[in-house]
Ligand binder design. Structure first.
Ligand code: SGN
Ligand code: CA
Length: 539
């Protein structure tokens, strides 16, 4: 601890000497940081945000004992790009990982490297989904690619590739706890990344949870039967509709044989594979338990299918989706509880900053959709809550528009370490300490790239303010959309052509141009990324 304190102190003195009058925001000792991130965890599925779907008492503890952000959002709503933004503190067009295809340039500086160099002990467990191993970690055990829900493989820093028998969410929790118990150095602060695969597609809960959740029914969102009227072409042509684009076997867990018998379509062309790579991975014992629950569900569906209308099928698919998706979250919540209990029992709670977030939001039937990608709220916004009893008042809330872009600087700031000038976010520390007035950002920039690709969400960029959302869809269209966020929170009506909004549009376009300029994005870059994407994906 003393060594780190000296380093922090030296950094502080140096900063002052070179005239950068950044005040060291924390007292000795520097905080530990526990960064918990799930994959595709919608804020609608956390009871701190909404009690409609699921009770998540452990995740809620972080909000109750700290700060809940009600307008946290991402810069580009897709997995690997979001993670690149988090690690570099730079927008996708700058860090280069604009979609899941582009490689991450590993010569870039990521904040864990900076923390590690400053004396932090660093470890990562779970899903990184980045295409390469993380830099700046003393220890990591990460799932290759998307990973699997059962009996997962891990790439590890010290033991090469390993396979662990069991349920992935529980295994990641156990690895995290094991590191805290046995590997943590008491004389160093830590940065610990505890990263869940759940609740990413194809949603396989643990046995204890699928048994329970398969019998539950959930309230439907208002826009489940959205026909996309009143919007541009992007919402209409996207392929993320529960009824038309979800896999019957891989996603809804209808056995491939029954799917064929009933003449149900293979919606993606790889449905059998989707089923096989997850369900096919269960060992004999696991498969027996799984069949004991999903077998009767298949039988019941077989019976009712002949008389079901399209509307009935949509309703059925929504329930099936929620049963598995929320069942996966139940294990995440339990795991979070265990790790928080460990901090409590070991005197680590007071000075550990605990973050819970997701790599983006997710559609849970809103607009009839699953998946993410769009700037529309459910995927654009992401859950975020932060607890740090030393610094943050319990039960506090912030409505400010913070982004995943801000994590790197927040963590460096919390540790009292200089934030590299080329990072593009803002430290959340003032907000965490209750100083809302010093927060100047009143609109955020968003840019999504991966198209044409799975789910067919068109390329778009836009600006989102508290009141409005202005979006430009480009590449194979040139369409603008404007949403009045206050009057139309469900984003059902594009008012871009409404004469009443023309002044607002002019103003927002100016702001958007300014943002693109300031963040270093441009039409030339858009074109360059299109060119490279087409080269990468051809054939
Ligand atoms: C997979 C999923 C998609 C998902 C992408 C990206 N299909 O292809 O539904 O949009 O990953 O997700 S799956 O059946 O293979 O799971 S991301 O989280 O990696 O960005
Ligand atoms: Ca994701």
């Amino acid at each position: 601890m003393a060594k780190l304190y000296l380093q922090v102190l030296t950094a502080f003195i140096l900063l002052n000497l070179i005239g950068c009058n950044q005040e060291s925001p924390i007292a000795n000792p520097p905080p530990n940081i526990l960064f918990i991130m799930s994959d595709d965890h919608a804020y609608q599925a956390i009871s701190a945000y909404s009690e409609q779907l699921i009770n998540t008492p452990n995740i809620d503890r972080i909000a109750n004992e700290g700060m809940l952000f009600t307008n946290a959002c991402v810069t580009n709503s897709i997995c690997a790009p979001s993670r690149a933004v988090i690690l570099t503190g730079k927008h996708s067009h700058i860090n280069g990982k604009v979609d899941n295809y582009f490689p991450f340039d590993t010569s870039q500086v990521t904040f864990p490297q900076i923390l590690n160099q400053a004396g932090y002990q660093t470890a990562m467990f779970g899903k990184l989904h980045f295409g390469n191993n993380p830099k700046g970690f003393d220890q990591f055990k990460i799932l290759p690619g998307q990973g699997t829900y059962y009996n997962p493989d891990f790439n590890t820093k010290h033991d090469g590739k390993i396979t662990v028998e069991g349920y992935t969410t529980d295994i990641i929790t156990e690895m995290t706890l094991d590191w805290l118990r046995n590997d943590r150095s008491a004389d160093k602060p830590f940065f610990l990344a505890y990263l869940h695969k759940a609740p990413h597609r194809e949603w396989l809960p643990a046995e204890r949870h699928y048994k329970e959740y398969i019998n539950k029914q959930f309230p439907e969102p208002e826009s489940l039967f959205d026909d996309y009227e009143g919007r541009g072409s992007a919402a209409k042509t996207a392929e993320m509709n529960l009824l038309n684009h979800m896999n019957w076997s891989g996603d809804s867990k209808i056995y491939p044989e029954l799917r064929n018998e009933l003449g149900l379509p293979d919606n993606t062309g790889w449905d059998d594979n989707g089923f096989q790579r997850e369900v096919g991975r269960l060992n004999e014992v696991q498969r027996k338990s799984w069949d004991a629950v999903y077998g009767p569900m298949n039988q019941a569906f077989k019976k009712s299918y002949p008389t079901m209308s399209k509307r009935d099928l949509m309703k059925w698919r929504f329930q099936r989706y929620m049963q598995d998706y929320l069942g996966c979250i139940a294990a995440v919540d339990e795991g979070v509880g265990k790790v928080l209990d460990y901090l409590d029992a070991n005197g680590l709670t007071e000075n550990t900053m605990v973050v819970y977030t997701s790599d983006q939001g997710f559609y849970l039937g809103e607009h009839g959709w699953f998946d993410k990608r769009f700037i529309y709220d459910e995927s654009f916004k992401t859950p975020l809550m932060i607890r740090w009893p030393n610094q943050i008042d319990s039960n506090s809330t912030s409505e400010k528009m913070v982004q995943n872009l801000d994590f790197a600087q927040t963590f460096l700031d919390a540790a009292g370490i200089h934030q590299p000038a080329d990072m593009q976010g803002e430290s959340l520390l003032p907000l965490l300490k209750g100083d809302e007035n010093s927060w100047t950002r009143d609109g955020v920039y968003y840019h999504y790239y991966e198209y044409p690709s799975i789910h067919m969400a068109k390329r778009h960029y836009g600006i989102v303010t508290t009141d409005y959302k202005l979006v430009h869809f480009y590449y194979d269209v040139d369409e603008w959309e404007l949403y009045d966020r206050k009057r139309d929170p469900n984003e059902m009506k594009n008012v871009y052509s409404d004469p009443a909004y023309q002044d607002i549009i002019t103003e927002l376009k100016e702001q958007l141009d300014e943002m693109r300029f300031l963040y270093g994005d441009s039409e030339e870059l858009d074109q360059q990324y299109i060119k490279e994407f087409l080269e990468k994906t051809k054939g």
